[in-house]
Design a protein around this ligand. Structure first.
Ligand SMILES: [Zn+2]
Length: 95
């Protein structure tokens, strides 16, 4: 019996959206969903040039490893700072 439309807000973009926009990682997180929405995963994959599977793996691990002290600060677009920071070398090639 569950007719409630479940929503969840993304820890990256803060958008409230249907829970189904957040992946469930059964094997690692049991019944928990990722805190980052599918749109933000796609965006990050594009910016970093990694596969979505890679990004999903990173955030799954983050959620598993830091289970008890995870916070929204960990979901910032960390590359933004790097892109505009002249000392950042690693992300230079991103167009
Ligand atoms: Zn998001």
């Amino acid at each position: 019996m569950d007719n409630i439309y479940h929503t969840k807000s993304c820890w990256r973009c803060d958008k409230l959206q249907p829970e189904t926009n957040f992946l469930k990682r059964y094997s690692h997180l049991r019944n928990e969903r990722l805190h980052i929405c599918n749109d933000c995963i796609s965006e990050e994959a594009k910016v970093l040039g990694e596969s979505k599977a890679e990004i999903i793996g990173i955030y799954t691990n983050l959620q598993v490893q830091f289970k008890h002290r995870i916070n929204r600060g960990m979901y910032r677009r960390f590359w933004e700072k790097a892109l505009y920071n002249s000392t950042a070398q690693d992300l230079r090639q991103i167009s």
